[in-house]
Design a protein around this ligand. Sequence first.
Ligand SMILES: [Mg+2]
Length: 384
Amino acid sequence: MKITAVRAIPLNVPFEFNSAGIKKPSNLAICHVEIETDEGITGYGLSAITEEHPVASTINDILASDLIGQDPLNTERLWDRMYWNVCPRGQTGYAMHAISALDIALWDIKGKALGLPVWKLLGGAREKVPAYATFGFAFLGEEELVNVARDCVDQGFKGLKMVVGHHGLQRRDEPRPLAELIRQDMRRMSLVREAIPADIPLYIDGNCSLDYVHAKTIARHARDLDVGFFEEPITQNDTGRLRELRQSTGITIAAGQNEGQSYRFRDLLMQQAVDILQPNVLISGGFTQSRKIFALAESFNASVANGGAFPSHNGHLHCGLLNGGDVEWHLAASAMMAEIYTGLPQPEQGWLRMPDAPGLGLTPRHDQIDKLRSNPGSLGSGKG
Ligand SMILES: [Mg+2]
């Protein structure tokens, strides 16, 4: 089999957040990838949570021509070619988003060629995984936050996650001081914890938005509320500071969804900076590298979980490999994905059963893709 065409399409996708009767118009950006072959099989890949145009450009302008004529089933060989083409000095960033999207499409082709879903190709450890719901967005008021949390509990989700420190350091010069934002976050955490049953874990996510001091204030409060984990609390996933935070507060730390290279995960483990590793196939090198990061976690007796959403893709990893953990049902990202793909696995009483269809089991909605191509120069829609 040979690759005949590669294209990346940057998309800016409007959707409606609609939960517990609360409706909010929103948008998220993604980079959708298609790889065609001479046997009529097309693979679909995806990256997200960064600016979509440089990712698409890295694919269309640099990586595509080198992939044409290659056998798409040689995923290790092609991953290595892509690595040396766009991040030969171990750089993380847009280049690894591009490699991730392409690697996902290659695994989609492999599954379709062999007649197996990707989760079975990876090892077939289980057919379904527990899902937690990310519900607690900064755009929700306190009452809305509690109502959405209760709605997720009613739907049977196995845990709930809310955002804290929203763009904290980035907004430190705004009239509202960071300390006030932190106070509000702690209040919101308490309101949710009181509103949901004691046996439902509550998680919080700082999205790499805080410094050590403010993260520590939240972490102490989180300990008092028995929060399940604090995800990416500190800017840049600073390993030394994460270790300090973990050791000084006793909070469980999860991190990794924004890391591109496997050595970053090694450093998080070696520094004892995390309890839970969170590689995301859309960012952390696709299935080819993410499964190696899972093996790394296993060798350190560290847990893994899905951070950064997209369970339609990450669910294959967590179902396929023995040490798979929970997947993230992100209410906003899931609504966005339904605008672009059909065949998405849906949560049932907090479980996500991965499809038996070959490959990823997803079909792009080309009418939408043609319509939602994003214009160069748009900024910020991809950050989520
Ligand atoms: Mg996250």
